[in-house]
Design a binder for this molecule. Structure first.
Ligand code: SAM
Length: 232
């Protein structure tokens, strides 16, 4: 019997940010849980699943066979967006470091062909925001979640002019419009991280005054947002 894929909180959020489409692609798919769920629940009709690693593609193949999705999937080995030729409605890149997602977007920008993007990374979110702006996209959603003991953001980007300020590039743009119950816990955790960073900067042999001022300013900004969230 074919198995219904259950998604964890991070991939559920990625699923929720997907628009219905005829053809989508999941880059760095590994276990292929997100595309399997998108196909099983009918949000996407066909999907291209890619990965750099042959052993990851083997995992994807196993999921596809177990879920009886072979005739609706196309598995391809390759770096980033390079294996894509077709025009996709949506493309997801999740579960990698922010630097890798940044490089994939910049190196493969011509392969996007107007697709909307669902992006997530466990590090270096500002690099993803920067890459999104550099390829002529803008972010329309940034949603937090808590999964397996840590916070993640899942971002959605669409073609269009990016108007993020330097602080929005660092901390988030549409994030602050999120209605998620995880927003305040996420901001509280990010504030703690910045507070730790500030302690390190202040006690350095040669304190970098402009960076210290920026971190203080960002902490104050988080305080304002956390306070506003608690009032509402
Ligand atoms: C941790 S898994 C993430 C699986 C799934 N996307 C998720 O979010 O749970 C990361 C996958 O990205 C693949 N990967 C890393 N760099 C890549 C690149 N430049 N192009 C394609 N795949 C890549 C790895 O081989 C690995 O299978």
């Amino acid at each position: 019997m074919s198995r219904l894929i259950q998604l964890d909180a991070r991939l559920s959020l990625a699923y929720d940010l997907y628009d219905p489409c005829d053809l989508a692609a999941d880059i760095g798919t590994d276990h292929a849980h997100l595309p399997a769920a998108l196909l099983q629940r009918g949000r996407c009709q066909h999907m291209i699943l890619t990965d750099l690693s042959e052993s990851a593609l083997k995992n994807a193949r196993e999921t596809v066979i177990r879920c009886r999705l072979s005739d609706r999937t196309d598995l391809r080995a390759g770096n980033g967006l390079q294996p894509l030729e077709e025009t996709c409605g949506m493309i997801s890149i999740t579960g990698m470091g922010g630097r890798t997602v940044h490089d994939i977007l910049l190196e493969g920008a011509e392969k996007l062909k107007g697709a909307s993007l669902v992006l997530s990374a466990h590090t270096d979110l500002p690099l993803i925001r920067e890459a999104v702006c550099r390829i002529g996209y803008h972010l329309d959603r940034e949603e937090p979640c808590f999964c397996a003991g840590r916070y993640y953001l899942v971002l959605r980007a669409r073609p269009g002019v990016c108007s993020l300020t330097p602080r929005e590039l660092r901390l988030g743009g549409p994030l602050f419009e999120s209605q998620s119950s995880q927003l305040i816990p996420y901001l509280t955790r990010r504030r703690e991280v910045l507070q730790d960073k500030l302690r390190g900067l202040v006690s350095a042999d040669k304190p970098e005054e402009s960076l210290i001022a920026q971190v203080r300013d960002d902490i104050a900004f988080y305080d304002g947002m956390i306070g506003k969230g608690k009032e509402s």
